[in-house]
Ligand binder design. Sequence first.
Ligand code: TNX
Length: 463
Amino acid sequence: MEPGSEETLAVGKYLAGKLNPSTGYDVQVQAATGLPGKGNIYLRLSGANPALGEEGYELTITPDLVTVTANTPAGLFYGIQTIRQLLPASIDRDSVQAGPWTMGTGKIRDYPRFPWRGAMLDVARHFFTVRDVTRYIDLLAYYKINRLHLHLSDDQGWRIQINSWPNLTLHGGSLEVGGTAGGYYSQDDYAYIVGYAQSRFITIVPEIDMPGHVTAALSSYGELTCDGIAPELFTGIEVGFSSLCISKDITYTFVENVLAEVAALTPGPYFHIGGDEAQATSLPEYMEFIQRVQGILQDLGKQMIGWEEIAQIRLLPTSILQHWNSGEGFAKQSIQQGTKLIMSPSERAYLDMKYTPDTVLGLDWAGDINVEKAYSWDPAGLVSGVTDAYILGVEAPLWSETLNAMDDLEYMAFPRIPGFAEIGWTPQSQRDWYEYKGRLAEQGPRLEALGVNFYKSPEIEWP
Ligand code: TNX
């Protein structure tokens, strides 16, 4: 690589770390003085085409040299993911394989359609360990996804340690759906996840869901309820029945403390406050509450993201709305206020929906979503008037009411995630299900090499 920043060096080391175990080579990462000789992979941050933008890259493969050029380390990182995908699938195994390690020659110029290519993981309904989360991050990075939204609290569990309100995790994190033992991330665990994601160019977006979805918090601190009585912990899967007490001052002390602690641990500019399914809060109280939370976050220097219901308040232009339900109203209300949208239409993007009626895991309230249905849609066509200019990007939520092990998560996410990543990356005019289906088939052996428990959908002719 070119002599450069620590970050570039780290990208080179990441690639060496991916190539060495399966090839048995001892690829070294060095600063190059002048053009490297035959047989090298050259990472450069100078002379990149400005049109590649913040995340694009150019990959040139000749018989002698592989060159990745980008404007940023993130671009180099995406170029590297493409190199992995051009090599034989066994490159992703973790023991020495036969090779030969060849790829076609040529030139690729590649950059994303949207800046926000996200996935969401619900660690509240069932808890997932730091190891699970970092494994998911690695799989997302392979497909150039750049945001991981962590749903850190819900009725069933509070999963992030808050020093000023310790019972949130000690009590509120103790269980999960079905009544089994839950768990939580210490602040160090969370910081580790954030750093791990950062090294894969993924921004962690924390979500603390409010004013509904809060039984775990209310059960930990009875003073947060209007009648002062702490409810029992909840281990079912119904939604829409709990609310913070909007009229009590302590509610805002709580919110300020929680948001401040999580914001301090989160370098990214975004903070998701949920705001969905607040059926136990009256509309005027809901609006008053979200309005106040938006101000608290502004003071903390964070952009507020919320599920689409937040369109009902006066949004700041920097706030972001996550479209999830099929109605058009909230998305329209939001673009009229000048805010941008993240598109997560449940009937296309929800990775917790069953593939077919026979899928054992998952829910089906938004319909079954087979691999074709998950792929064949355009974020810009969904709500009239919502064009690319209003769309920050796309995000695929993985709710975990029915999922309690990493294998379950993998089964629901794959093979839908690669198609989802392509929706975020590739222009609509270049996407076609019949062509895509052939390329997805080739991902089968790669997912196998990575040990991913993916759904071998009969829609795909797996090799
Ligand atoms: C709706 S999507 C929810 C979640 C559930 C999910 C299950 C959204 C903002 N709220 O509370 O987990 O459906 O699919």
